[in-house]
Design a protein around this ligand. Structure first.
Ligand code: ASP
Length: 454
């Protein structure tokens, strides 16, 4: 029998899609910049290459990919969380899970922003940067703390589902799962249905992950036709410093947390996060990446479903360490550009506001800049300052989203380990989860129970 050639792994394919997308985008931008758009005539109709390729093929493919990922979020979170809660060994475990997850998420975010502020005060990235003449930015209204808390509870779960309000979906799923566990035989029947639904939805995640190389290619090819390298040059200190603090937080803080609180080797986690990080990088959205983060946590890192189904969706909403780092550096940077001195109490206010803001906002592209506006208002800095950093924000957004989801998985591992719900054999198995990712069409068999027998 002929040996089939070695197949490329999914991560490698996504990586190739990413590089090819970036190269395509940069090349197109370069070509269009020099000579404007390429146009040619077909049957007397003038066709614009830009319109067909970038606004057409890349835009449509990229958006279909993003929408497909988002399509999975609500069903996945609801079904897997209901299963996770219904299968809890004891109800008090839920309180512990919640307490530990929230404490770790808030603690790491506060630490991230503190390190970012200190680094920016030392490096002074804004000193010497001249103020552009007309920068304007219109901020959105920040929700108050009371509203943030009230908004955790849905008045209508279906509205929460359709609007994708993750904290409300989580609350409803937790209550539903608890009620199921307390209902005896009917609860068990519903639980069996949910377990099956969960398996089907996870398969849907696998199917979509296999389309990722093309989606990632299209997203990045389009994005990179819009990125202007000259905007990076003028903000190089700010840009470099945010990247540096992100790298420190990723490699030092998360490593220490994993080692100290869970006794786990952090390198293993970083390796297994590669694929989810590529998704985060290409979509700039922890929410859109959620299905992949969940799959990574359960299948590759060995986090039990009860912990993962609660901790990971919660993290995709309330945990944004990377975003907090950007806000810390950006606030000090903007103050320096405007020549305004920040007092210690201003800086504490920045830590508090940025941490709270990350609880109330979902992980979607660019939300960090909205949160930055809230922080600036809080400490009395000009909100127009946000416009200063917008030119480089998209690239930083991609990078910080990858950090955000790595933080979610780090916390999930630590919480799972402390609850005896981490399968270390899976954690240390380099091939764990890889096989399930491959789409095997031979597995296809009609799901109808009324199968014809010959
Ligand atoms: N895009 C980030 C996320 O989804 C949030 C942000 O920093 O803007 O995690």
């Amino acid at each position: 029998m002929q040996q089939s050639p070695q197949k490329l792994g999914l991560t490698t394919k996504i990586f190739i899609g990413m590089i090819a997308g970036i190269v395509t985008g940069v090349l197109l931008k370069w070509l269009f910049d020099d000579s404007g758009d390429f146009t040619f005539s077909v049957f007397g109709v003038t066709v614009s290459t830009y319109a067909v390729l970038v606004e057409g093929i890349f835009h449509v493919t990229g958006q279909i990919f993003i929408n497909s990922l988002k399509m999975l979020i609500v069903p996945l979170v609801f079904v897997s969380l209901v299963c996770g809660i219904a299968n809890l060994s004891e109800p008090s475990k839920l309180g512990r899970l919640g307490g530990k997850s929230v404490a770790l998420y808030i603690g790491t975010t506060a630490l991230a922003i503190t390190v970012a502020i200190i680094a920016a005060l030392i490096v002074e990235p804004g000193v010497g940067v001249s103020m552009p003449e007309s920068v304007t930015y219109t901020p959105k209204e920040a929700p108050g703390l009371a509203q943030v808390i009230i908004d955790i509870f849905p008045s209508n779960p279906f509205a929460a589902f359709t609007e994708g309000k993750m904290l409300q979906v989580i609350t409803f799923a937790v209550l539903f799962g608890l009620a199921m566990a307390m209902t005896g035989a009917p609860g068990k029947r519903v639980a069996a249905l949910f377990d099956d639904l969960n398996a089907v939805i996870m398969k849907l995640v696998t199917i979509l992950m296999n389309l990722a190389p093309y989606g990632v290619y299209a997203l990045l090819a389009k994005l990179f036709t819009t990125i202007d390298p000259s905007s990076i040059a003028s903000l190089i200190w700010y840009f470099g410093l945010v990247l540096l603090v992100l790298a420190i937080h990723l490699t030092v803080t998360y490593s220490l947390i994993l080692k100290i609180f869970a006794g786990l080797n952090p390198i293993v986690l970083f390796k297994k996060m590669r694929e989810a990080a590529l998704f985060a990088f290409s979509t700039s959205s922890s929410s859109a990446t959620l299905p992949v983060t969940m799959e990574t946590a359960t299948k590759k890192l060995g986090v039990g479903n009860s912990v993962a189904s609660f901790t990971i969706p919660l993290g995709s909403t309330i945990n944004m360490d990377g975003t907090a780092i950007m806000q810390g550096v950006a606030t000090v940077f903007i103050a320096q550009v405007y020549g305004i001195d920040l007092t210690t109490s201003d800086l504490l206010m920045v830590v508090l506001t940025a941490t709270l803001a990350s609880v109330g906002t979902a992980g979607v592209p660019g939300v960090g800049t909205l949160m930055l506006a809230m922080v600036l208002v809080q400490v009395g800095l000009p909100v127009d300052g946000v416009a200063l950093i917008l030119g480089v924000d998209r690239l930083l957004d991609m990078t910080r989203t990858a950090v955000n989801i790595t933080g979610d998985c780090t916390v999930a591992c630590v919480v799972a380990k402390s609850e005896n719900d981490l399968d270390t054999a899976i954690y240390y198995d380099p091939d764990a989860g890889e096989k399930e990712e491959e789409l095997d069409l031979d597995e296809f068999e009609p799901a109808s129970v009324h199968k014809k027998t010959d």
